[in-house]
Design a protein around this ligand. Structure first.
Ligand code: CA
Length: 217
């Protein structure tokens, strides 16, 4: 399972929340596979909910961790399906036949305004409340998890990233950098980080690129 989690909360609490998310989701899926031989999208959602529960409990019980939370996007393969789960404003882009599309929804205040027709996409890009997220892992007792299913094709690529990248590079800029890297995923990652930093790079930048080779991510 590939996971990007962008933590938030004072002191080191955001770091704790994001690390917990990655560890709990990974081990929950591993245990599920050991028990039933495989895991599905439903199990991925269950894993995310378990992470939410544990982060919330830790945040409530430790004064120094109070209010901590994290965004989370996860990509997981079962048979020929890829499952994508998301909470918050980290994103997953799918790249197929030279087209890039954002397949997750941003759970942010500003995006909710856009979806309700109260704000244009252009105005949203530079909105002062752009960083305010409307859903996070660990901040409430319950969490709603978006789940997507993609039938994998050879050559599919997926980019999981924090808003530190997506606020700086447009989808077409990402696609251009990917094309210039000639299939070298590590090189593409490094170039994306460099390009985002050249545009200011004020926020932390976390990303994963995964490609489908044969029938495996
Ligand atoms: Ca961030």
């Amino acid at each position: 399972v590939f996971i990007v989690a962008d933590g938030m909360g004072g002191h080191a609490a955001g770091e704790v929340a994001s690390r917990m998310a990655v560890e709990i989701i990974g081990s929950w899926l591993q245990k599920t596979i050991e028990k039933q031989g495989k895991a599905s999208g439903k199990d991925l959602v269950q894993a995310v909910k378990e992470a939410n529960h544990q982060i919330f409990i830790s945040g409530s019980e430790n004064a120094t961790l109070q209010g901590m939370g994290t965004t989370m996007v996860a990509l997981f393969q079962a048979d020929e399906q890829a499952y994508v789960a998301s909470v918050g404003d980290s994103r997953v882009y799918q790249i197929r036949t030279n087209q890039i599309s954002q397949i997750t929804r941003d759970h942010s205040l500003v995006n909710e305004y856009v979806e309700r027709g109260m704000l244009t996409q252009e105005a949203a890009e530079h909105h002062p409340l752009k960083h305010v997220i409307s859903r996070a892992l660990g901040t409430n007792t319950e969490v709603e998890v978006d789940l997507l299913e993609v039938l994998l094709q050879e050559g599919d690529r997926f980019l999981l990233c924090s808003d530190g990248l997506s606020n700086k590079l447009s989808p077409s800029e990402i696609l251009t950098l990917l094309n210039q890297s000639n299939g070298d995923l590590e090189k593409a990652c490094r170039q994306m980080i460099e390009a985002a930093n050249q545009k200011g790079g004020e926020d932390n930048i976390t990303l994963i690129l995964a490609a489908c080779k044969g029938d495996t991510l």
